[in-house]
Every structure is written in C-alpha cells, then in structure tokens.
Design a protein around this ligand. Structure first.
Ligand code: HEM
Length: 415
C-alpha cells in the first residue's frame, strides 16, 4: 500500500478538515470599497500597498512592487508574457510543490503544459462527470439528506473537490482520509510552514509508490495517463509528475470549493435568481461565470517584470514584483455596470477569475463541470432549499482567498 513510511503519515480515521482551523482563515468581509477607491486613484500603483492585511515591508534591495487594479491593465500584463514573467512563483511555491508549470515561462511552459493538458481532454472529463463526480456528491448528500438541515460548506462544498481529485488519481478508498489531510495541510502552508512542508514530503513519497504501481500495471486514471503522456517525443520526468500532482491540490481543491460556496451564497441571497436557476438549469454556465467575476476564489495572482516597462503610464522597473488584483479587475466599473451586484443575467460576463493568456487555468473545464454537477445535484435532491432562519447568517470573507465559511440551509427531508 502506498505511503506507509511517509513523514506526516496519519491514520485512516475519518478526517474533519475543519479541525485544521487555520486552513479556512481570512477575516476581511468586504475589501471591494477599498479596491474601488485604489483603482479610482490609479489602475496601477507602485510601492507597498495595504489592502487590509498590512502592507508588505518594502525590501530596499528590490525595485518597488507594483499592484494592478484595472481590468484592461490586468489583461495587458497577462497577454504579454515576455515582459511579465511567471518565475516570481518560484519564490512562493517551489519549496512546497517543486517546479511547476505555474512558475515556468515559454518555451518550457508550453512543452510541459501540453504534456499535462493531454490528460484533461474532453473525453476524460465526460467519463469523470458520469463515473466520479456525481457519485462523490451523491454520497456526501446521502449523509445528511434525512435531517432536513445542513451546513453545505461542511457537508458538501468543502469536501467534494478533494474527493474528486482522489478518484481522478485512482487512489484506494482507504487512503482518502490521509490524502485529504495532506491536501489541506499543503494548501494551508502559509498558515503553518512546517506542517505544509511535511505534507509535501509525505505526498511525494506517497505518489512515488503509486507511480511505481501504475507503471507496473497501468489503469485509466490520471497518474497512469501522466506516466504515458508523450507530445512530439517529449515525456514528463518523475519530478515533473510529482510537482504537477502537488500543484493540483491547491490549484484544484481550494478554488473549486470556494467558488461553489460563493455561488450558493449568491443564490441564497437573491431568491429570484435561485428560483430562475432552479427552474432552468441551462442558466448554470452563466450563473457560474458570474460568480467567478463577482467573487473570484483567488483574488490576486503574481508576475515579475522581465525588463523595464510602462503600464498605464506608470514606470515599472525590471525585477519588480507585480500583484494582479483579479478580484478588483473583475469589478472594474469602467467595464461592468453595477459591478458589486451578482447578476446571472448580466450581458458582459468576460472575467479574469480563471486568469488569462498562456497560464489561463488548466482545470477550468473540470471546475465548471464539477461545480455544475454538485449544484445541480443539490437542487435536485434538496428541492428549493433556503437559508436556515435559526442559524447565524453566513458571510463571505478572506482577502487573497475568499468564500463563505458556512452555508446553513433547511429543506424538505428525504430527497
Ligand atoms: C473555480 C475553480 C478555479 C479557479 C477560480 C482557478 C483559478 C486559476 C487561476 C486564476 C489561474 C492562473 C494563475 C496565474 O496565471 O498566475 C489558474 C491556473 C491553474 N489552474 Fe486553476 N482554478 C480553478 C480550478 C482548477 C482546477 C479544478 C484545476 C485542476 C484540477 C486547476 C489547475 C490549474 C493549473 C494546473 C494552473 C496553472 C496553469 C499554468 O500555469 O499554465 N484549477 N487557476
């Protein structure tokens, strides 16, 4: 069985992720008035900025950092990946995940991305939808459907993306609890560095064993696929596979759970939109894209200037770190009317919630499919559920990562 000797090993006891209180942190309720204010001052700022969690201390040995708040300016940076490098992520993620596509520039990025992307083709997505995602979501709903009330974050949204990834990787069921624990420990590395590094090492050992098994007897799972992947004579090294698999956890789990929670939050707070979607599920794609605009789970991504340049008339020095505030860009009033309102019927739905350009989210089709299955299954099985009037009203919070931490609902039991 894989991973028996890993450093941060844990038992197969059921794992309650809420036990790791710091994985779900972040206390800012509404950063948007301040983000509007900063964007109105200038869509591009130089120098340290306090967006509510304290300004970074300026490092005098480095060029002044830059923060971008405007939609067009964010797109301009993401489009020009020669001038704006992704190598900045090496400082943030390499020690935890290894060298991943997130931190690579062209041409290396194009080659490795093509190799891993081949496993996310639409045939696979269709199979995952039918055989994996619906099964995971239904099992989670089975555990509370008789009770007539539930906190949908704890019972569904927080849990299903990691279980979907575990199934996509073809992991044995008995390994789910520890895989889930490592996944959340890795994702919350900023809150507890040592625990995150131990989880990263444990996952590497675990995946090494799984890969050896899959080489000996390949299956129809993602790991077997990555081991076999070949594009124009290139193949992935073992280290590249370990790094990619570790990237999938923060990239694919944290984001999807938060997006699903924020969508449910938006619908539960505007009954007419809930009812419209309940009655007509073909509205789902626009309901989901609108939540990624209105409350993107990840509100900031990073780049570094590869040369001296200028953006919206602001000078940027080579080597400057650049924070792209995609949450602020998605509510740019120069692009969207009434930008603070969630409106699934909005005409203009282009957004940067999945990023843009060569690094645009590789898992976006998976995220759309997973959350569609999760929300539709909830609507089908719980009926027209409402917020629990006896529970504390939920709210969205966080800064770099945002979503509701609870969604207490009531419904007719037994669906
Ligand atoms: C609603 C859910 C999701 C959101 C909002 C989201 C958001 C993003 C964003 C903003 C980026 C761009 C980062 C940058 O350019 O610096 C990104 C990249 C990425 N995402 Fe997602 N993501 C989601 C779901 C997923 C899922 C389900 C997976 C895979 C299982 C995934 C895998 C990736 C990968 C591998 C990259 C790096 C792509 C590259 O560097 O070429 N994401 N995501």
């Amino acid at each position: 069985m894989p991973g028996l000797h890993s450093a941060a090993d844990s038992t197969a006891a059921p794992f309650d992720p809420f036990e790791l209180k710091d994985v779900v942190g972040g206390s800012i309720r509404d950063p948007y008035p301040m983000l509007h204010e900063l964007r109105r001052q200038s869509p591009v700022h130089t120098g340290p900025i306090d967006v509510g969690e304290g300004a970074e201390i300026a490092d005098p040995s480095k060029p002044p950092p830059v923060t971008v708040f405007g939609f067009d300016e964010v797109v301009q940076v993401l489009r020009d990946n020669d001038t704006y490098s992704s190598a900045v992520y090496a400082d943030v993620t390499e020690v935890v995940m290894g060298r991943t596509i997130l931190q690579m520039d062209e041409p290396e990025h194009r080659i490795i991305r093509a190799l891993v992307a081949s496993s996310f083709r639409s045939k696979m997505l269709q199979r995952w939808e039918e055989q994996l995602v619906a099964v995971v979501v239904n099992e989670l709903i089975d555990s509370f459907v008789e009770s007539g009330r539930s906190d949908l974050v704890r019972s569904v949204t927080f849990n299903y993306p990691v279980q979907v990834i575990a199934r996509i990787l073809g992991l044995p069921r008995a390994d789910y609890p520890r895989f889930q624990r490592w996944a959340f420990e890795l994702t919350s590395v900023a809150a507890n560095w040592e625990r995150g590094l131990a989880a990263s090492a444990a996952l590497r050992d675990y995946f090494a064993d799984v890969m050896a098994e899959r080489r000996a007897s390949p299956g129809d799972d993602l790991i077997s696929d990555l081991v076999r992947a070949e594009v124009e004579g290139e193949r992935l090294s073992d280290e590249e596979i370990f790094s990619f698999l570790r990237l999938l956890l923060p990239a694919g789990v944290e984001t999807t759970y938060r997006a699903s929670g924020s969508l449910l939050f938006a619908l539960l707070h505007d009954r007419s939109q809930f009812d419209a979607l309940y009655a007509d599920r073909s509205l789902y794609p626009q309901a989901f894209e609108e939540v990624l605009r209105w409350e993107p789970p990840v509100t900031v991504i990073l780049r570094r200037a590869a040369r001296d340049t200028e953006l919206a008339g602001v000078k940027i020095d080579q080597g400057a770190d650049i924070a792209l505030m995609i949450g602020a860009a998605n509510r740019d009033e120069r692009k969207y009317s009434d930008p603070d309102r969630y409106d699934l019927f909005r005409e203009q739905r282009q957004h940067v919630g999945f990023g843009f350009g060569v690094h645009v989210c590789l898992g976006m089709h998976l995220a759309r499919m997973e959350s569609r299955v999760a929300i539709n299954t909830l609507l089908d099985r719980l009926g027209p559920f409402t917020l629990d009037p006896e529970a504390e009203p939920p709210h969205i919070e966080g800064m770099a990562f945002r979503s509701p931490l609870s969604l207490p609902v009531v419904f007719a039991a037994g669906g």
